[in-house]
Design a protein. Structure first.
Length: 66
């Protein structure tokens, strides 16, 4: 009985085969998201640890408090 149910489930849900194009698209989207996160972190680092007087001037005060 269980074997019959397992066979039916496999027939209902066919497996997708990954193509190289699909893998490349997924990797590209992951890299794009990582680049965005890196950019955001660099902006936060600039706010938290401003290097120039100009950056310090524009940084919000609550970020400057230690």
């Amino acid at each position: 009985m269980k074997k019959q149910l397992m066979r039916r489930k496999k027939e209902i849900i066919p497996k997708k085969r990954l193509t190289s194009e699909m893998v490349i698209e997924k990797l590209d989207s992951i890299i794009t998201r990582l680049d965005t996160i890196e950019k955001d972190l660099r902006e936060l680092k600039g706010i938290l640890h401003p290097e120039s007087k100009e950056e310090k001037k524009h940084a919000p005060e609550f970020f400057m408090e230690k």
